[in-house]
Design a protein around this ligand. Structure first.
Ligand code: FAD
Ligand code: MLT
Ligand code: ZN
Length: 472
């Protein structure tokens, strides 16, 4: 039966787009963090929405589950198959056409396999900004961004991927093609199907195309790194910038001393330009549509006010684009430094800003008391209250053994604290296979049951990314 299915895929897509040899499948079977590895009957590389639809119908009639995959940069194992060898990976990288840029409507219609950076570059070439931006932008794809409702570094001003999307084309679990590719900013016609598929991590439908918003390209951007000695000061600084710069504030990222020390250990060229690597380094970006001088002056006035109020102790303003880029590279390299350092426990939580200081102080204290020597590699999108609260094993311990022994208890400790502070256990990375049990434990019974009801209704055969997000 499996052989005949592979033959049918080959007839449909062409033999070269049905990968069955182990060495061909291998790059698709392990997640970016190398935390999950699975097996697959085949990796399928369709070129059109009609091909995706036909694949789903074939899989449906053979009870073969489908794992949608984009750039495979997800951090929760959502795009990795299980170990049965009975699932197929449907990778959308060949569906990479920009279908239309509508200058009047300020929208771009594109296929799911378009790489995020390519979208940004195409938009910029026409003097538009496509504001979604994240460290994996050179390889993640818009279908994956939509499926995970990715956040990144511009959320403060432009919102999550969900906020940037106006319409979707989706292949349902039955293989039907839903064409919701309208570029409308208002549409109150019943339940919002678009928002249902966004963030569903491939469990409710396969996103094949989308209409996304474009914005005018800012004419100037100023980037600065500042030093603060506490989270309280960092949040006061954020509030000051929000008040004085309002919508010109496009980035507000936090990096701790420990996270930048780890960066420097693995990437010496990424050393913090602020003297003495202070307790907290904040990366701030202002963008303007008026003039370079206007935003530069505003930045200087706000920084002066912050110095006077003792919120900050040092600041470096990037003098040119290349220095600004180097500040951002330093921020984005922390994830890579963590990967170099070896196995670690990553968290991606949101806490109301008013409770963030309490969360960090109490959780750090509990963590140090229970696991002496652990290192907190914390950084994140402070402007969104989104903290990457990461735990690295004590120096000298075997990271794999440490994680195997303590992972469950550490996750529980962090998530219990998140609950006390009324936060979320996943701000932007999603649930995937990593946090299925945690979602069950922390989402609330009613919300979790409603999610399962939706999954059963839309995918009664459970063939789309089964056992990711929710198990039914
Ligand atoms: P994949 O990893 O291939 O898939 C992710 C999930 O989406 C899976 O469940 C998969 O089944 C599903 N999926 C993929 N494509 C489709 C589709 N077309 N239809 C339906 N389901 C689909 N994330 C953030 O939010 N913010 C960050 O700042 C950020 N920074 C990162 C930095 C680095 C260095 C790395 C490695 C990752 C980072 N991520 C970040 C995580 C990741 O890049 C995002 O989750 C991204 O949106 C995933 O896109 P992808 O194309 O790689 O999706
Ligand atoms: C980031 O903010 O850099 C990403 O979410 C990746 C990470 O958490 O490591
Ligand atoms: Zn992040």
């Amino acid at each position: 039966m499996k052989q005949s299915l592979i033959e049918q895929f080959s007839v449909l897509l062409g033999k070269q787009y049905v990968l069955i040899a182990d060495e061909d499948k291998a790059p698709y079977l392990t997640d970016w963090r190398k935390r999950f590895t699975g097996k697959a009957l085949a990796v399928l590389l369709p070129k059109t929405t009609e091909e995706v639809s036909a694949i789903v119908k074939l899989c449906g009639s053979s009870h073969i589950a489908i794992i949608p995959q984009g750039g495979n940069t997800g951090l929760c194992g959502g795009a990795t198959p299980d170990n049965s060898g009975n699932q197929v990976i449907l990778n959308l990288k060949r569906m990479n056409q920009i279908r239309e840029i509508d200058a009047v409507n300020q929208t771009i219609t594109l296929e799911a396999g378009c790489i995020l950076q390519t979208i940004q570059e195409n938009a910029a070439a026409k003097s538009y900004l496509f504001p979604l931006s994240l460290g994996a932008e050179g390889s993640c794809m818009i279908g994956g961004n939509l499926a995970t409702n990715a956040g990144g570094t511009n959320v403060l001003r432009y919102g999550n991927t969900r906020d940037l999307c106006l319409g979707l084309e989706v292949v349902t679990a039955q293989g039907d093609i839903w064409n919701g590719l309208k570029g409308l900013r208002k549409d109150n016609t019943g339940y919002d199907l678009r928002d249902l598929f966004i963030g569903s991590e491939g469990t409710l439908g396969i996103i094949t195309a989308a209409v996304m918003k474009l914005y005018p390209l800012p004419i100037s951007q100023w980037t600065t790194l500042v030093a603060t000695d506490s989270i309280v000061s960092a949040i006061s600084l954020l509030n000051l910038f929000q008040k004085r710069a309002a919508s010109l504030l496009t980035g507000f990222e936090m990096m701790t001393q420990e996270s930048l020390a780890l960066n420097e250990k693995h990437f010496p060229q990424m050393a913090n330009p602020l003297k003495g690597n202070p307790p907290f380094t904040i990366l701030i970006e202002l963008s303007d549509h008026e003039s370079e001088e206007h935003v530069r002056q505003l930045l200087e006035i706000i920084l002066e006010e912050a110095f006077t109020a003792n919120m900050i102790s040092d600041a470096v303003i990037a003098s040119n684009l290349s220095q600004a880029n180097s500040f951002w590279h330093m921020r984005e390299h922390i994830t890579l430094a963590q990967a170099e350092e070896g196995a670690n426990l990553k968290h991606d939580i949101t806490i109301p800003l008013s409770s963030l200081d309490r969360f960090i102080k109490e959780t750090d204290a509990l963590m140090r008391q229970k696991y002496p020597g652990v290192r907190m590699i914390n950084f994140g999108h402070l402007g969104d209250g989104n903290l990457h609260y990461n735990i690295a094993p004590p120096l000298g311990s075997d990271p794999k053994v440490f994680n195997q022994t303590h992972e469950k208890a550490i996750y529980e400790l962090v998530f219990a604290q998140v609950e006390v502070c009324q936060g979320s256990i996943s701000a932007e990375h999603g649930v995937g296979q990593l946090k299925v049990g945690d979602l069950r434990a922390h989402k609330g019974v009613i919300a979790h049951e409603l999610m399962k009801t939706l999954k059963r209704a839309l995918d009664p055969q459970n063939i789309l990314n089964p056992n990711k997000v929710v198990s039914i």
